[in-house]
Design a protein around this ligand. Structure first.
Ligand SMILES: Nc1ncnc2c1ncn2[C@@H]1O[C@H](COP(=O)(O)OP(=O)(O)O)[C@@H](O)[C@H]1O
Ligand SMILES: [Mg+2]
Length: 157
């Protein structure tokens, strides 16, 4: 596990941006954290790292926003879902097991549907502008990704 202290929205954005820059097709990032923790800020960074230039709106009401990019980006917010049953109606497998990068806000709501291999990212609010962001890799692909993230963070960013 890797834990990073973020001191500002920009810092959180830049972390997401680095992850987006090293993302690969089929990746899935599962975010958790309270309302206002910074999940969408992080997601916007990921989108930027993927080369997406358009506006990245919060999918709070749309459930999913698809952005074409270097790799397609599927940005989901499942907070308002009643649970895994409603997720099935969305055809989520196409996203989770497809060739895009999927990022879920409130991933815990659909915990039982998440692929075994995934990157869990938890954002904890520790002050007005400070956040503790932890990265927990599930599976080999994500262990390598977190190692790379760790090297990047240690190199000072
Ligand atoms: N270090 C930080 N990282 C991310 N957001 C921060 C940070 N400090 C303050 N904020 C603010 O917290 C809010 C996070 O909002 P948002 O990303 O929409 O949260 P969520 O999607 O988790 O509900 C934004 O208003 C942002 O400016
Ligand atoms: Mg959000």
């Amino acid at each position: 596990m890797l834990t990073v202290e973020s001191q500002s929205p920009d810092h959180t954005f830049l972390l997401g941006e680095f992850l987006g820059a090293i993302a690969a097709p089929g990746d899935i990032y599962c975010l958790s954290g309270d309302l206002g923790a910074g999940k969408t800020v992080f997601a916007r960074g990921v989108a930027n790292g993927l080369g997406i230039t358009g506006r990245v709106a919060s999918p709070t009401f749309t459930l999913i926003n698809e952005h074409p990019g270097r790799i397609p980006f599927y940005h989901m917010d499942v907070y308002r879902l009643g649970g895994p049953d409603e997720m099935a109606d969305l055809g989520y497998e196409e996203y989770f097991y497809g060739q895009g990068v999927t990022l879920l806000e409130w991933a815990g709501v659909v915990a039982e549907l998440l692929p075994e291999d995934r990157l869990e990212i938890n954002i904890l609010q520790t002050g007005d502008d400070s956040r503790e962001i932890s990265f927990v890799p599930r599976g080999e692909r994500y262990r390598r990704l977190v190692e790379e993230l760790n090297r990047h963070v240690c190199a000072g960013s």
